[in-house]
Design a protein around this ligand. Structure first.
Ligand code: RTP
Ligand code: MG
Length: 148
């Protein structure tokens, strides 16, 4: 089953949005396989955003993403990579639809609340960059067995 890497960025951690954002992916039906609050080392941030290394905003992006704790996660589910990007909304929160995470909580592109992998290749690369294999859980859910 498909997996993706999602990361609640420092702005959203500071604004107490971790629970609200996790709730949306849980309620959609995706399964949480890994999560941790962490401050990203600068080298990891540069590696993570390597595709943007020649862009004018690269320095500010690395400074922002390393400026405080992020909440890094691995989620699993059918078509989770594309669907979670839809749930996040467009990169610029002012263009993101109301009802999406960025559309509901973001104001500006450089503080846009959440990151999500944009392809199968980036999901595999980013999961490996942020999590050791033993940090990723493999489990089934059977809710009826846990109600009483
Ligand atoms: P992300 O990688 O963080 O999930 O965001 P994304 O795919 O929607 O957007 P991407 O093009 O990959 O850009 C990565 C992050 O760089 C910042 N950015 N700033 N000042 C600018 O024009 C600009 N463009 C992008 C944003 O924080 C964006 O999320
Ligand atoms: Mg991106």
């Amino acid at each position: 089953m498909e997996k993706t890497f999602l990361m609640i960025k420092p702005d959203a951690v500071q604004r107490n949005l971790i629970g609200e954002i996790v709730k949306r992916f849980e309620q959609k039906g995706f399964k949480l396989l890994a999560a941790k609050l962490m401050t990203i080392p600068e080298a990891t941030a540069k590696n993570h955003y390597a595709e943007h290394k020649d862009k004018p905003f690269f320095g500010d992006l690395v400074s922002f993403i390393t400026s405080g704790p992020v909440f890094a996660m691995v989620w699993q589910g059918e078509n989770v990579i594309e669907t979670s990007r839809t749930m996040m909304g467009k990169t610029n929160p002012q263009a993101a639809a109301v009802g999406t995470i960025r559309g509901d909580f973001g104001m500006v592109t450089h503080r846009n609340i959440i990151h999500g992998s944009d392809s199968l290749e980036s999901a595999e690369r980013e999961i490996q960059l942020f999590f050791a294999p033993e940090e990723i859980q493999n489990y089934t859910k059977d809710i009826d067995n846990w109600l009483s």
